[in-house]
Design a protein around this ligand. Sequence first.
Ligand SMILES: NC(=O)c1ccc[n+]([C@@H]2O[C@H](COP(=O)([O-])OP(=O)(O)OC[C@H]3O[C@@H](n4cnc5c(N)ncnc54)[C@H](OP(=O)(O)O)[C@@H]3O)[C@@H](O)[C@H]2O)c1
Length: 265
Amino acid sequence: MQQNKKIGFLGFGNMASAMAKGLISQNVISPESIFASAKNWEKLCRNTALLGIQACHSNKELAESADIIILAVKPYQVESVISPIREILKNRLVISIVAGYTFEKYDSLFLPGTHHLSTIPNTPIGVAEGILICEEMHSLTAEEIQLFTAIFSPLALLEWVPTKQLSVAGTLSGCGPAFASMFIEALADGAVRAGLPRLMAYQLASQMLVGTGKLQLQTGMHPGAMKDAVCSPGGTTIKGVAKLEEAGFRSAVMEAITAIENSAE
Ligand SMILES: NC(=O)c1ccc[n+]([C@@H]2O[C@H](COP(=O)([O-])OP(=O)(O)OC[C@H]3O[C@@H](n4cnc5c(N)ncnc54)[C@H](OP(=O)(O)O)[C@@H]3O)[C@@H](O)[C@H]2O)c1
């Protein structure tokens, strides 16, 4: 159902434009009710024109134009963008997508009484297959949570987590698309080496990941059991599994998550 609200993206880079694409493709908000501001005006005009949404000349104009503000700048830019518009934000619903910015961190930046929620999205939100990790601690009313859910659940799985899990849940779902893309590329490279056309290899690798993910979500099967189901005794798949183990595949993936989490501390 289309929502009769105006959404403003403060910062309109990769993640904000993915979210705007998702909102438009799912017909949740009409393009003319979506606003964006950024640093480079020409670049902002190019990016907003692609989606038919409104470009704002300043963050103040953006904050005045929208009911819901999505804070989508880089972490080091947060304080400087919030401080000049704190009065306006007090009367808006503010959703942050900035990594590392929890409710508590914002509470010292916003004016008391500001309604805000910290989330971490991932890029598949642009094709309505995203994840939006949401911090359980927030200052939205029950009605605002209902509105937030109505707007974003068509684009993403909304997962509510305690503050201490926000970072790692965001790492898995937000950084995961980079790892999954590397896996798709590597699978395709292997298949191309064995003679498969490149585009077909990408298509097969991507659909295989989509299908395997859906299978796990729909059946709730243990991933180990799903692996076992494909490995017949003395068969071909187990030879591939052994090669991946030899190369430290699972350990490398675990270490990737740990490295990101350690760097955030
Ligand atoms: N990318 C992801 O997969 C992902 C996943 C989860 C969370 N996040 C979070 O999303 C946020 C944005 O990430 P991103 O990848 O979209 O970054 P990005 O592509 O670099 O976008 C940052 C945006 O902020 C704008 N900006 C910079 N200074 C500004 C200012 N003073 N006022 C208004 N806008 C300003 C930039 O404008 P110009 O381009 O004109 O400089 C750009 O549009 C980050 O905090 C990140 O932690 C990203």
